[in-house]
Design a protein around this ligand. Structure first.
Ligand code: RRO
Length: 290
């Protein structure tokens, strides 16, 4: 596949991404310093850390660990609250015209509606990514694995909000019927894109001392990095097959250009980079674009 595809612009609705590469939500996008680094990087767009209504300190540290082939995190939705990300859009847009997506992950079901409703009052973000797949909130299941709850959330959302610039961040699915169940729900609503996949929930990794590598939740956390690429590719391919006109952002285990091409060949229009971005920092994007 030609290099030029990664450098080419792509539009979701009327929002033009400068190229096909950007950060994954949660990676280098929580603080104003993080976001400014993305502004001055070569990413084609920027997405924020998933936000809740209020500021959250998140889970106990250490809550992130990586090795050659994977990462594990239980960040616990540490974020500055939706208002920070909404207002920071003004700073971002004063410097760059690249798209800015706010990722939303209310702890409670209704919180998502409240945040998205409030975001309507701000004009410096281009899209909203509704995260149905945070694996690390202790005592809460991922909405994306509960098809009835996902349907109900989207029904309430579109009953109350006339916003057609909302995409969904999905968890990885592993069962063909589950892909079909989710695709049937998605078809009912004017969702403008999908991001596949979030981390694989509740893995466990030992560190070099043969201790749990992260502290929260007895060491269980979301797995990212190279080991999840086969699942990311499968999810992109299957949703592309079921929803051929839906733009898909591929995410999961992308470390180099070849990985990015594989996602694009599987039906992704854009790709997001998580673990490798944390390891390398935003100068990583140069490698994909030259
Ligand atoms: O904050 C987290 O623990 C987290 C989130 Br919201 C998510 O969507 N995916 C993930 O791996 N960690």
């Amino acid at each position: 596949m030609e290099q030029s595809i990664l450098n080419s612009p792509f539009k979701i609705k009327n929002v033009e991404f400068h190229n096909r590469i950007m950060n994954a939500s949660g990676c280098n996008c929580t603080t104003s310093e993080d976001l400014l680094e993305l502004v001055s990087s070569r990413s084609g767009g920027i997405i924020s850390k998933s936000c809740t209504y209020e500021y959250r300190v998140g889970n106990e540290m250490p809550r992130y660990y990586d090795n050659d082939v994977l990462s594990i995190n239980s960040t616990g939705l540490a974020n500055n609250g939706y208002e920070f990300y909404a207002k920071y859009g003004e700073t971002i847009k004063s410097i760059t015209n690249k798209p800015y997506i706010i990722s939303v992950a209310g702890i409670k079901y209704r919180e998502n509606l409240k945040i998205i409703n409030k975001l309507q009052q701000y004009e410096n973000h281009d899209l909203i990514e509704l995260n149905l797949s945070c694996p690390n909130i202790i005592g809460k299941s991922q909405i994306g694995y509960d098809f009835e709850a996902s349907d109900e959330l989207l029904r309430c959302l579109y009953e109350n909000i006339d916003n057609h610039n909302i995409g969904l961040k999905l968890p990885p699915y592993f069962d063909m019927i589950h892909f079909e169940n989710m695709a049937d729900i998605i078809k009912k609503y004017p969702i403008c894109y999908l991001t596949c996949i979030n981390s694989l929930g509740n893995g466990f990794v030992f560190n070099e001392l043969m201790e749990p590598s992260i502290v929260p939740n007895n060491g269980f956390g979301g797995i990212g990095g190279s080991v999840i690429k086969p699942f990311g590719l499968a999810n992109v391919r299957k949703f592309h097959e079921l929803l051929p006109t839906m733009p898909i952002i591929g995410c999961g285990g992308i470390t180099n250009k070849q990985d990015a091409y594989e996602y694009i060949k599987s039906g992704a229009s854009l790709v997001q980079i998580g673990t490798q971005l944390i390891k390398t920092g935003p100068e990583l994007f140069d490698m994909f674009l030259t």
